[in-house]
Structures are given as C-alpha cells and as structure tokens.
Ligand binder design. Structure first.
Ligand SMILES: Nc1ncnc2c1ncn2[C@@H]1O[C@H](COP(=O)(O)OP(=O)(O)OP(=O)(O)O)[C@@H](O)[C@H]1O
Ligand SMILES: [Mg+2]
Length: 234
C-alpha cells in the first residue's frame, strides 16, 4: 500500500490573545492511497481542525504533515494553495456554492483558482461531471433552485474538477435527510472504488459505516482507529 498522507506528532494550538487553546495533541496517523476514512468524535474534539490541516488550509503548530511523499508542514500560503489544487478536493456540510453562479460555473470555480483558462474543453469536462452526479438537466440552475442533495452533488462534482488524489469531506451529509444522505454516500463509495482516497468527518454512526476505517478523536488525541468490518453494501 502506498501512503498518501501521514501526520507525525502533530500539534495544533490556537492563540486567542494570551490564551492558548491546545486542540490537537500529538497525532500520529497514516492514510493509505485508496482508503476511505471516517473521522468521528465529540464536538470540539478537533475533527475539523485535523481535516483543515490535512487539506492544507492551515499549518500545524508542531509536527509534520507528509502529503504525496512531500513534507508540507511549513510551506508558504502560495505553495499550499498549489498543493491544494493538485492533490485535494473539498466537500463541506453547507455545500459552499456561490449563489450567483450556475451549476456549471460552480463546478468550474477550482479551475479559476488554478488560473486555468476556461474553454470548450474545460466546459465539456464540467458538463461530464455534472452528468456523472445526475445533474445533466440542471446545468443552468443556481443553487437556490436546487434541493440540498442536488447542491451537495454540485459540490461533489466541483471537488473532482481538478482530478484530486484525496477528497476531504466535513460532515457532507450533515444537512441532508437519510435517503439523500445514502445517495451522497453511494456516490462517495463509487469515487472510492475508482481509487480516490476519502477522509470524511461525520457524527453519524450509520454514515461512518460506509467508510473502510473509523478513527475516533477525543480531546485532540486518537481514541481508537479500527477497520470497519460492517461496511455498508452499496
Ligand atoms: N480558529 C479558531 N480559533 C480558536 N479556537 C478554535 C478555532 N477553531 C477551532 N477552535 C477550537 O478548537 C476546538 C476543536 O474545534 P474543531 O472545530 O476542530 O472541533 P470539531 O471536532 O470539528 O467539532 P464539531 O463536531 O462541533 O464540528 C474547539 O474547542 C474550538 O473552540
Ligand atoms: Mg467540525
């Protein structure tokens, strides 16, 4: 198994004036290429903080983060943003779509951040992704004109536009009913089957059952880390 991402003795503090908030306290975790991980744990245990570090949206206070064989712990903001556009796709609980943009334009957004010039070819790729998530007949709709599940499917298509190695999802089904959640999880499962590494935060046990591995954090430390042998069959 190739290791896709690894954190070594990872600490994260936040500083609020003179107060130090110690959030992650010496994590050691390794994520294999092609794994599907659910990150669980009580509110405030550091799940989103860890996901943000894995997503190169922030830097650790101490310790190392190796992504795709490279130590990215101390890179500049610009270098981190390049790593993000090369390796990573993001899905959030609240979809984070741009309200004034259409489905297709929302899917194109990461390309704009990368400085890719939009043309017929990029447009075709975005249409294919929209079709893949079942929104081929909604290309010109705006987020307001879509259901929550449809909005999350746009976000999934958007997360794939740069063909990332790793997809990071923070409570991707947190705002969805159980039927729609299952649709989204089935989609993530298919992406995982096609080789994408997925790291997903969730509060819900039945959502975590879609993952191959379940890591529980408690108070900034790993409480348990187990293979899931009751995997949901899609
Ligand atoms: N930018 C910040 N500045 C200061 N403290 C922060 C910041 N972000 C998070 N924290 C603190 O870090 C701790 C962990 O937060 P985090 O968002 O990682 O928790 P979580 O496990 O994702 O919780 P939830 O399940 O509620 O989303 C919390 O105590 C929070 O108050
Ligand atoms: Mg969180």
């Amino acid at each position: 198994m190739t290791v896709m991402a690894q954190v070594i003795d990872l600490y994260k503090n936040y500083y609020l004036g003179s107060v130090v908030v110690e959030v992650l306290k010496g994590l050691n975790l390794s994520f294999d290429e092609g794994d599907f991980v659910a990150l669980m744990g009580p509110s405030g245990s550091g799940k989103s903080t860890l996901l943000n570090l894995l997503g190169c949206l922030d830097r650790p206070t101490r310790g190392q983060y190796i992504l795709g064989g490279r130590d990215v712990s101390t890179l500049s903001d610009d270098a981190l943003s390049q790593i993000r556009s090369k390796y990573l796709g993001f899905i959030f609980q609240s979809y984070n779509l741009l309200p004034q943009y259409t489905v297709i334009e929302n899917i194109e957004v990461p390309l704009l951040y990368q400085g890719v010039r939009l043309n017929d070819k990029t447009r075709r790729r975005c249409i294919e992704l929209a079709e893949m998530v079942g929104l081929g007949d909604r290309l010109d709709h705006r987020p307001m004109q879509l259901s929550g599940g449809q909005q999350q499917r746009v976000a999934i298509a958007r997360s794939l536009v740069n063909d990332p190695h790793v997809i990071l999802a923070d409570e991707p089904t947190g705002n969805l009913d159980s039927k729609t959640s299952d649709e989204i999880m089935r989609m993530l499962r298919r992406l995982n089957d096609s080789g994408k590494t997925i790291i997903m935060v969730t509060h819900e046990n039945d959502i975590a059952q879609w993952a191959r591995r379940i890591i529980r954090l408690r108070d900034g430390r790993v409480e348990s880390d187990v293979r899931n042998d009751t995997l949901v069959v899609a």
